[in-house]
Ligand binder design. Structure first.
Ligand code: MG
Length: 384
């Protein structure tokens, strides 16, 4: 399955966060926190698979948050963070794992550089932890009175992902069972493993309080907005159904094309690709390649959506107009919106679908085929 697996630990219910939805499932810039976190690892070239550990009660939140992403099935966590990590480690025992990265679900801004730094550290040491030197002056206090200034010399703030050689960490966790240690670094220390410090990042903070979530939103508000256009046409051919926006509609003809000829999803895919300057659908999925013959077009749109995530961005909205005399789009509009929302992993209110005719004018008016035009709005980090 993969030599290097990331375990995303999100089994906590976030008591410090107050009631409601656990923090790892809260929306951050229109995308669930957990989805951002998981995507950061899925898009890293040296991570082979991602295993989430979740609270058993959060299954529905989880499914919605990662819809369309290529993650392993989640495993239920335990009573403590340490138990949850051990259960995650045990769940990948038969996957030929050589290296494992343990990451907090509530650290969505982990960068590729931080992950790469940890993996580099593992080349020379059995453990690696991204850390930042302590810069604030440290005080010890009793009640509200300071009693002492503590030297910050040699002190670091530990972040995640914490990386380890798999076999050694698994053994260390079994040895530490029941100790309630707060991170895997402590488990590794307890087993006498050497752990190297790798570069952490200020942005890689953990969302623990509402204030943290507000700060995260402010970071995303520095994003810039991009838009892209898409247009597509497919002609009718003999058949008994058409697929538009991922929905098969019974009809007295079909649409002709190399893939499933989904004119709606093709237009949206081109719009998303256009917004991030990533070419067009034919560049990514050449019609000359027999691999894509008859391919359901959700593959193309999912790919475009993943390219946005890889750039650290998010899709703000997509809007598509289907142009034809028949079939009627209105009766299928809501299920189409649901399909697109699932494929892109964005909320339903960010998907617009309209049907229109051309008053019997032109090729669509003569019933020769279906056209679609789409626009996509994407938020990308300013440094892109
Ligand atoms: Mg097409």
């Amino acid at each position: 399955m993969g030599e290097t697996i990331a375990i995303i630990v999100g089994a906590g219910r976030g008591h410090r966060f107050g009631g409601g939805i656990p923090k790892q499932y809260r929306m951050l810039g229109g995308v669930p926190v957990l989805r951002r976190t998981v995507s950061a690892f899925l898009s890293h070239p040296d991570i082979d698979a991602v295993r989430p550990v979740i609270h058993p009660d959060d299954e529905t939140f989880f499914r919605e948050a990662v819809a369309g992403l290529d993650v392993l099935d989640p495993v239920p966590g335990g009573a403590t963070r340490q138990d949850s990590v051990r259960l995650g480690l045990e769940s990948i025992e038969n996957l030929a794992t050589r290296k494992v990265l343990i990451h907090d679900a509530a650290r969505p801004f982990v960068s590729a550089d931080v992950i790469t730094g940890v993996l580099d550290g593992l080349k020379s040491h059995p453990g690696a932890i991204p850390s930042l030197p302590v810069t604030d002056t440290l005080k010890r206090g009793v009640g509200d009175l300071i009693t002492e200034t503590v030297s910050r010399e040699g002190l670091f703030c530990a972040q995640t992902p914490q990386g380890f050689r798999y076999g050694e960490l698994m053994a260390a966790h079994r040895k530490a069972a029941g100790l309630a240690l707060t991170d895997d670094g402590a488990v590794a220390e307890h087993a006498g493993m050497d752990v190297v410090i790798t570069p952490g990042s200020e942005d890689n903070f953990k969302i623990t309080t509402q204030e943290d979530l507000d700060k995260a939103e402010r970071m995303l508000s520095n994003d810039e907005t991009r838009t892209g256009l898409g247009f597509d046409v497919h002609q009718f051919c003999p058949g008994d159904s058409v697929t538009i926006c991922g929905v098969e509609i019974p009809f007295d003809q079909s649409l002709l094309g190399h893939s499933d000829a989904d004119v709606g999803l093709h237009a949206i895919t081109d719009a998303v690709l256009g917004a991030i300057g990533a070419g067009d659908i034919g560049m990514h999925f050449p019609p000359s390649d027999p691999q894509w013959k008859g391919e359901p077009s959700d593959t193309f749109l999912r790919h475009a959506g993943n390219l946005v995530i890889e750039r650290g961005g998010s899709i703000s909205n997509v809007d598509v107009t289907i142009i034809c005399e028949k079939p009627k789009i209105g009766p299928h509009r809501e299920i189409m919106r649901v399909r697109i929302s699932e494929i892109l992993g964005v909320s339903l209110d960010r998907i617009g679908i309209k049907g229109t005719t051309t008053e019997r004018l032109g090729f669509t008016g003569r019933g020769e085929g279906v056209a679609a035009q789409a626009i996509a709005t994407v938020n990308l980090p300013m440094n892109e």
